[in-house]
Design a protein around this ligand. Structure first.
Ligand code: GTP
Length: 377
């Protein structure tokens, strides 16, 4: 039969294994700070667990420092969760969690020694910390990984709580370690720990994948969508407009004489002009419109629910604003203009590629007829 020492060894091994898993996943996800806190916290919990159960250690080390180390580890896990949820748990919070465990276990180990009181306290206190972890991520919302972690923390908290309750009502504390509740909780706890580690890793992996997906569709210089992003999101906007029987307009905007700006002031100033233009265009966007950088100095706006007349008004307003604004870089002030082509689905249909190519033709017509103007096509 498995005795409690064996189960404890299993629990320590599982904690070490999940720590290794957390460290390994940190290597593949750009080592986000929360994973580091979780791995370190997990490792400390296993060290603390081993300390509290090792024979031969002085009481102050096993029963006082051991509980303090577990509490500190759980504080770090909680800190990692708060960081993940864009919240913060200050070091003072972690210190309070640790010092409270140290003080209470010192009191019940050295001043008024009571095995039952110490075991009750550790059961309830560590249950509370695990439930705090569960609440922290449950409040954050979402379900990918979150649900698994929440279940893990809740079950772990419940096992510890039941252990505390059992200690409270058990007649003889000396029999406690061999009781059924104790044995069952020693089996449930490692399972919950594995569940938590998988949930946490899934949460980080999912966020990392999201970040990569976002980065692969965004232009690094201006923050507008790139060609890939335009293809993915543009099709969706076009379909939505078509289904809703709304007009869809495309505005193509190209900076005039951009090569001259680069040649005169240098590429960094050219880059700043592009960022400035993207900033102006973003201001014009409604939540359901799209802005993409189509080429070097060419941008495209996709406006859902705008016909040619409405989009031409927007385009004219943008052109005038671009002409008026100054780009200030150090002591330099640069003025630039843009040529704009506007088309709508009422004339060209809802195929985004056809709309863009018609918009491009209108924009080149604006270039050909003198630049700094809007041409509808
Ligand atoms: N600074 C900077 N320049 C870029 C970037 N991408 C493309 N370019 C430059 O943009 C310039 C575009 O030049 P052209 O296609 O001749 O266009 P233009 O000078 O604006 O002339 P028109 O369009 O006819 O008014 C080229 O010199 C490219 O090297 C970029 O990301 N940053």
């Amino acid at each position: 039969m498995l005795n409690l020492d064996t189960l404890l060894l299993v629990q320590v091994c599982v904690t070490l294994l999940t720590t290794a898993l957390l460290v390994a996943s940190a290597c593949y996800t750009g080592s986000p700070p929360e994973l580091r806190w979780w791995a370190l916290g997990n490792l400390l919990v296993s060290v603390g667990l081993a300390m509290t159960n090792l024979d031969g250690l002085p009481v102050v080390l096993s029963m006082v420092v051991g509980y303090g180390v577990i509490a500190f580890g759980l504080g770090l896990v909680l800190r990692g969760l708060r960081v993940h949820c864009s919240d913060t748990l200050s070091w003072r919070g972690v210190a309070v969690i640790t010092v409270l465990a140290l003080l209470v276990s010192a009191y019940f180990s050295l001043i008024v020694p009571s095995l039952r009181a110490r075991l009750c306290f550790s059961g309830f206190y560590f249950a509370l910390l695990n439930w705090l972890c569960a609440v922290t991520i449950a409040r954050h919302g979402g379900w990918r990984g979150v649900i698994i972690s929440v279940i893990g923390f809740t079950v772990l908290g419940l096992a510890l709580f039941l252990r505390g309750v059992h200690m409270l009502f058990h007649g003889d504390p000396a029999d406690v370690p061999s009781s059924l509740v104790m044995g069952a909780s020693m089996l449930v706890i490692p399972l919950a720990q594995v569940c938590i580690a998988f949930g946490l890793i899934l949460m980080v992996m999912w966020r990392y994948a999201e970040r990569l997906r976002r980065l692969s569709t965004l232009d690094a210089l201006t923050g507008a969508l790139n060609r890939a992003g335009l293809e993915i999101h543009g099709k969706r906007v076009a379909l939505r407009a078509q289904r809703g029987r709304r007009s869809l307009a495309v505005i193509m905007i190209d900076v005039d004489f951009f090569k001259t700006i680069n040649d005169t002031y240098g590429h960094p100033v050219g880059d700043e002009v592009l960022r400035h233009l993207a900033g102006i265009l973003k201001l014009e966007l409604r939540p359901y419109d799209l802005l993409a950088r189509f080429g070097g100095e060419e941008f495209v706006l996709v406006l859902d629910g705008s016909d040619l007349a409405a989009a031409t008004k927007v385009a004219e307003r943008l052109r005038a604003r671009i002409e008026l604004e100054l780009v200030e870089i150090d002591a330099l002030s640069v003025r630039y203009t843009a040529s704009v082509g506007v088309v709508s689905s009422d004339q060209h249909g809802y195929d985004l590629i056809a709309l863009i190519s018609a918009g491009d033709a209108a924009m080149y017509e604006a270039k050909r007829t003198g630049r700094n103007r809007v041409i509808g096509g």
